[in-house]
Design a protein around this ligand. Structure first.
Ligand SMILES: NC(=O)C1=CN([C@@H]2O[C@H](COP(=O)(O)OP(=O)(O)OC[C@H]3O[C@@H](n4cnc5c(N)ncnc54)[C@H](OP(=O)(O)O)[C@@H]3O)[C@@H](O)[C@H]2O)C=CC1
Ligand SMILES: [Mg+2]
Length: 367
């Protein structure tokens, strides 16, 4: 066997997460071990391990970072943020009705490796995920060993629970690299709409950069899906903005909000975020020629109802305190292919969004 000791150790680490049925039979697997007692994993070795599992799959698509550097130099390394609705395993197999996606492409053992490969390829400092239904058995143990500190907030009545052989509820997860940030405070928010508690959630954390000592707030959310729910989403967005006003002490602390808003830019909730007194801009607009247009899609799938191509996912940021230095380009229509997403090439129906941020320095940085 050509594998060294390190690789075989990793194989056993990843293999432990492969069989999720073991987790439901042995609840102790669901209790996350203290990360300090877990051996660190070298990201390169884990990436190689994922590629070995995926050896029969088509090669990864190339996506490039677009340099958006403004003329403001920064003395500190940028903060890389990834926003991604990874597609809950139970929803993908049991509810979403992706009619052109072969069932083999949805197998967790391989789809999990495609998700990990995407994360390892871009190595974000902060990872904001939606539709996570494998937190305790997969993402928390593995990402902890890669140096991340994680938080999970499941939906109160996750639709995953209606699917036979589900792996528990789906929810939002937020991970940050412990060697770059210190957690200052953390809030799990159950969103309300017109004072009613809803099934949608958010996590908001204030982090302090270890290099610069600067604090900022990072939030992740997943708003209510489907047409007909526009006013509900708008109310959820208002509730989230209100919570973020309080957490950022009235916009004194710079803010980044990642989410699957389930809303096109024409919707009210988008307009609330764009015009909020938090003074936010949507990072992916900066990829357009005029800097004013969102990308043509962030999700693209074919359901029984037909083709669904929408822009629903966003990374909002405090436009005066932060700059977007670069953003990861989206997959092209040709790369996505005629059967759309998810596919053997790409594990989710939503594309990941990745941005590099830096703090603005000087008088313009005031909020
Ligand atoms: N057990 C109980 O007592 C209760 C159970 N529930 C369950 O929760 C569900 C509603 O939960 P809620 O949080 O409001 O869910 P949402 O309407 O927000 O949607 C849930 C998921 O379904 C996906 N989705 C969106 N459009 C479609 C579509 N056309 N077909 C299939 N899937 C789609 C969404 O993915 P994306 O964001 O990627 O578009 C999302 O992750 C109910 O259907 C029920 O199953 C709810 C309340 C109580
Ligand atoms: Mg979904």
């Amino acid at each position: 066997c050509s594998m060294g000791n390190g690789t075989s150790r990793l194989y056993s680490a990843l293999a432990k997460t492969l069989n999720s049925s073991a987790a439901s039979q042995h609840p102790e697997y669901l209790v996350s071990p203290d990360p300090e007692h877990l051996e660190p994993i070298d990201p390169k070795e884990l990436l190689e391990e994922c590629r070995a599992v995926l050896h029969t799959r088509p090669p990864r698509f190339q996506r490039d970072f677009v340099d958006l550097r403004t003329d403001c130099p920064s003395s500190h390394p940028p903060i890389r943020v990834m926003q991604w609705n990874i597609l809950a395993q139970a929803l993908g197999e049991g509810k979403d009705n992706f009619v052109q996606c072969p069932v083999e492409a949805l197998k967790w053992e391989e789809r999990k490796c495609l998700i990990l490969e995407e994360i390892l390829a871009y190595q974000p400092d902060i990872l904001c995920l939606q539709e996570v239904d494998h937190y305790f058995d997969t993402f928390h143990p593995l990402l902890s060993r890669l140096g991340y500190q994680g938080t999970f907030f499941p939906k109160p009545w996750s639709p995953c629970l209606d699917v036979e052989h589900n792996n528990g509820p789906d929810g939002c997860a937020l991970f940050f690299l412990q060697n770059r940030f210190k957690l200052v405070n953390s809030a799990n928010i159950r969103l309300t709409a017109m004072t009613l508690k809803t099934n949608q959630v958010a996590i908001a954390q204030t982090l302090e950069c270890k290099e610069s000592g600067r604090q900022f707030c990072i939030a992740v959310t997943h708003l209510k899906a489907r047409t007909g729910w526009e006013r509900f989403r708008s109310a959820q967005g208002c509730d989230l903005l209100q919570n973020l006003q309080n957490i950022t002490q009235g916009a004194k602390i710079p803010l980044i909000v990642c989410g699957d808003f389930n809303a096109e830019p024409t919707e009210e909730v988008y307009k609330h975020f764009a015009s909020s007194s938090l003074n936010l801009n949507s990072a992916y607009k900066l990829l357009s020629a005029d800097g004013q247009s969102e990308p043509p899609y962030t999700t693209w799938k074919i359901r029984t109802s037909g083709e669904c191509r929408h822009t629903l996912d966003y990374i909002w940021y405090s436009r005066q305190a932060l700059s977007v230095r670069s953003a990861l380009d989206l997959l092209t229509e040709e790369q996505i292919g005629p059967n759309r997403l998810p596919s053997f090439n790409y594990p989710s129906d939503h594309l990941s969004l990745v941005c590099d941020f830096s703090f603005n320095e000087g008088p313009d940085a005031l909020l």
